[in-house]
Design a protein around this ligand. Structure first.
Ligand SMILES: NC(=O)c1ccc[n+]([C@@H]2O[C@H](COP(=O)([O-])OP(=O)(O)OC[C@H]3O[C@@H](n4cnc5c(N)ncnc54)[C@H](OP(=O)(O)O)[C@@H]3O)[C@@H](O)[C@H]2O)c1
Length: 168
């Protein structure tokens, strides 16, 4: 199973505040949707709550929680109690790639397992942030592509779509 992390982080690795994102970047939301559409996504329970406790449409939604069967019955969502169960579930449905979509706890646990990282680097800092990812280890991952996106009327900060791959 290819494990791919998808994350948007500021220059100082901030990803959230008060269980929400720190920025509005509609193009990044589109990028995320296109990348993960039709694929399995796995997220921590807090991230699932941050998106309104509803499944992302068009994807197999796997929510990680230590609580028993917390989200069984929520339309389109399967809850599992550990990351291996998420891999098994995706495998059993014939998928070859699993997208880890946050939040910080999940990222922290899966950086060591990830084959690819889709990083949207937001070119700013957010002093009020309360949630961060680990610094990307450039001894372990190499930059495959990077596309810088300027500010415009819908994007108050510049950002780059970066694609990183584990060094073999
Ligand atoms: N910028 C981005 O790209 C991005 C993406 C996603 C999220 N975020 C932000 O990240 C923040 C949320 O991140 P977070 O670190 O607070 O929470 P999180 O990682 O979304 O969820 C943590 C929860 O996941 C469950 N969990 C974690 N590891 C587990 C394991 N190994 N086995 C079973 N369950 C496990 C636990 O749920 P239980 O407590 O139910 O057991 C834990 O409390 C929010 O601010 C959100 O907006 C940012």
């Amino acid at each position: 199973m290819i494990i791919s992390i998808v994350v948007a982080a500021s220059e100082d690795n901030a990803i959230g505040k008060d269980n929400q994102l720190l920025w509005k970047l509609p193009n990044d939301m589109k990028f995320f949707k296109n990348l993960t559409w039709g694929m399995p996504v796995v997220m921590g329970r807090k991230t699932f709550e941050s998106i309104g406790s509803k499944a992302l449409p068009g994807r197999l939604n796997i929510v990680l929680t230590r609580q028993p069967k917390r989200y069984d019955g929520v339309n389109g969502v399967v809850s599992v109690n550990d990351f291996n169960q998420a891999i098994q579930l995706a495998e059993a449905q014939g998928y070859k790639e699993l997208f880890v979509i946050g939040g910080s706890e999940l990222y922290h646990q899966t950086f060591a397992l990830a084959d690819k990282i889709y990083l949207t680097r937001v070119h700013s800092t957010f002093p009020a942030a309360d949630t961060f990812i680990d610094q990307l280890d450039t001894n372990k991952f190499e930059l495959i592509s990077s596309e810088k996106m300027p500010t415009d009327e819908k994007h108050a900060v510049a950002y780059s779509f970066e694609s990183w791959q584990r060094i073999k």
